[in-house]
Structure formats: structure tokens, C-alpha cells
Design a protein around this ligand. Structure first.
Ligand code: PHE
Length: 341
């Protein structure tokens, strides 16, 4: 019997299987009720008592060994033996995996954020559902200003507090000034809403990045330098800027910033309406009334603010003619920007 046991051990240790069928015949041959192990167990009964101890141990180890072998063969099979790949050509080139692309608005937003971060601005975000105070009153809008009108602002409720969708991210600046004392140097990217008829040139929502810097002795010259740096980082080192006087309730003086048209290089073309300049943002020195409304002493501190539409900048970079493309999510349009990053 000892010989049988060692012969079986030897035999089993050399077994290899390459299919489920072969694995099953292994099980039947050795481990089933009528298998060789059971047969040995049967024989064991007839063994004289003085040999029982030794043989019993040997037989048990054999059983354990064959069981382990069976599990090992089974594991190898399920982790993929050659026969599992029969008919599959492993050398074939893989089919192309569809990769998503970044939305052009996100690409440009990230660029704007990067440029201003490099100049020491921190990103701050705020709620899209706002109240009258943060969007209008704190920003020096007179009570009868047309922007509050139903024409421009989406009101959610009139009572008891005016609840509305923010029309600009200047509200995030107000919120920041209320909670912090200068120096404050922030940019506020985000989505804004205005009640406009949807067309190629206008939409009821769009995206802005607004900036704010408050400290002692901040001047218009500081504002101009920061904007020049931004324009040249965004549109190239040859870009020139021009500031035109303008009006915003929350800044005094106020200006609009034009950059030299990068299509005609400033000579004049249909894109810049033959002027050589295209407008990109609004800016100005923060009105002392706004500082006071937010708890900042305007006799000590001054500051500048600016705000731009991300769609506008994106249009200038990528020449997208119809604003609606940005929100239609047509993958043929979106895929064009895959290689942009
Ligand atoms: N809030 C203005 C807008 O939405 C932009 C702006 C911001 C202008 C800061 C001047 C200063 O159009």
C-alpha cells in the first residue's frame, strides 16, 4: 500500500490540464467516490492494526495533496490558459477607445485662472442663486436701475427677500469683502444668468471671470499693468491694449478694455468692424460706496475690479461664430477641441 501511495503522489504531481473537461476527469479519477483515493481508503480497512497509524497518516497527506493539486489546476485554468484564447488574435491592433475632450469654455477658463493665479490671485466661488443685496444693492446700483428689471434679471421670488439668479459674479466679490479685510486679491469664475432672447450672439446664461484687488495705495496704473499682462499672456506678446472710458455703478472711474485685433493685426478687418480693436472686458476702480457697504474703510483702502465673459474670450481664441454651440453639446463640435490640450 505504501508503494501505491508514493506511486500516486508521483503520478498526480506530474498532471497538467488544459481544459475544463480534463480537470473534471482528474477529479473523477482521483477524488470522486469511485476514484483512486476512495479505493485506497477501502483497502485501508484491511490493513493490520499495527500499520494503521503510519499508513493512515500517509493516506491523509495524499488526500490533502491531491485536493490541493486539484484547486491549483482549477485556479490556473480560470486565470486563462492558452485554450481560453483560442480564436482570438492577440497580435491584432486594439480598436480605438473614445476619449472625452475638455469643453472649450473650460479650456479658456483654466487659462484665465492660470494667468491670474500666476499674478497672485486666488480663486473664490459663490452661489448662483443670490439675493438683491449681493448682486445689486451692495454694488451701488440705484433702486431704479434697469438691470433689476424683469427684462434682465431672472427673479425667483420678490418676497420677502428678492431671490434671483446672479447676473454677474461681482456678487462673489461682495461676499468676500464682507467676510475679509484687505489685502484681497481674488478672481471669481462662474455661470451667470440674464433674461435675453437666445440667438447666435446672446444667451440666457454664460460664464464670467471677475477679478478684485483691494489694498492700500492701489492705483489705476496697477490695473492697467495687470490687464496688459493678461492680454499678452492670453493673446500673444504682440497684443496691444486700449482703455476706453465707460460706466458701471460699482466702479469710478470705469473703463472698457480693447485688445488689438489679432486677425488683421490692428489694420482693420470685418472681424473688428474695421476699427483694429476688439472689446474684451469691463473694469475700473472700486467705488468707495461699495467698499463702505462691505465694511471696508475707503479712506484707508482702494482697489480695482474687472470682469469678462469667458464665451467672449473663447470666441476670440477659437472663432466660434454661434454662441449656442457652447451649450448644445454636439460631440462633433466638442471633439474639435480635443487637440487643443
Ligand atoms: N460686472 C460687470 C459685468 O457683468 C463687469 C465688471 C466687473 C465691470 C468689474 C467693471 C468691474 O458686466
Amino acid at each position: 500500500m505504501l508503494e501505491k501511495i508514493s506511486a500516486l503522489t508521483e503520478e498526480v504531481s506530474n498532471v497538467k490540464v488544459s481544459s475544463k473537461e480534463e480537470l473534471e476527469s482528474f477529479r473523477l479519477k482521483y477524488l470522486s467516490k469511485k476514484g483512486l483515493v476512495s479505493e485506497l481508503m477501502e483497502e485501508f480497512r484491511t490493513v493490520p492494526p499495527e500499520q494503521k497509524r503510519e499508513l493512515g497518516q500517509k493516506l491523509n497527506s495524499l488526500k490533502v495533496f491531491i485536493n490541493d493539486k486539484y484547486n491549483e489546476l482549477k485556479d490556473n485554468l480560470s486565470s486563462g490558459s492558452a485554450s481560453d484564447f483560442a480564436g482570438i488574435d492577440l497580435t491584432r491592433t486594439a480598436t480605438q477607445f473614445p476619449v472625452g475632450s475638455r469643453h472649450p469654455i473650460s479650456i479658456i477658463k483654466n487659462d484665465i485662472v492660470r494667468i491670474f493665479s500666476d499674478m497672485g490671485f486666488t480663486v473664490v466661488e459663490g452661489p448662483e442663486i443670490e439675493d438683491d443685496w449681493h448682486v445689486f444693492s451692495s454694488l451701488n446700483f440705484p433702486a431704479d436701475h434697469p438691470a433689476r428689471d424683469m427684462q434682465d434679471t431672472f427673479f425667483i421670488s420678490r418676497n420677502p427677500l428678492d431671490v434671483l439668479l446672479r447676473t454677474h459674479t461681482s456678487s462673489v466679490q461682495t461676499r468676500t469683502m464682507e467676510r475679509n479685510q484687505p489685502p484681497i486679491r481674488i478672481i471669481c469664475p462662474g455661470r451667470v444668468y440674464r433674461n435675453e432672447a437666445i440667438s447666435a450672439r446672446a444667451h440666457c446664461f454664460f460664464h464670467q471671470v471677475e477679478g478684485l484687488y483691494i489694498d492700500k495705495n492701489v492705483s489705476f496704473a496697477d490695473l492697467r499693468q495687470v490687464l496688459l499682462n493678461f492680454a499678452q499672456e492670453m493673446f500673444g506678446p504682440e497684443t496691444k491694449i486700449r482703455l476706453r472710458p465707460s460706466y458701471f455703478p460699482f466702479t469710478e472711474p470705469s473703463a472698457e478694455l480693447d485688445i488689438s485685433c489679432d486677425i488683421c493685426g490692428g489694420k482693420g478687418c470685418p472681424f473688428c468692424k474695421e476699427t483694429g480693436w476688439v472689446e474684451i472686458l469691463g473694469c475700473g476702480m472700486v467705488d468707495p460706496n461699495v467698499l463702505e457697504a462691505c465694511g471696508i474703510d475707503s479712506s484707508v483702502y482702494s482697489g480695482y475690479a474687472f470682469g469678462m465673459g469667458i464665451e467672449r474670450i473663447t470666441n476670440l481664441k477659437y472663432k466660434v461664430k454661434d454662441l449656442r454651440m457652447f451649450s448644445e453639446n454636439d460631440v462633433r463640435f466638442l471633439a474639435e477641441f480635443e487637440s487643443a490640450r
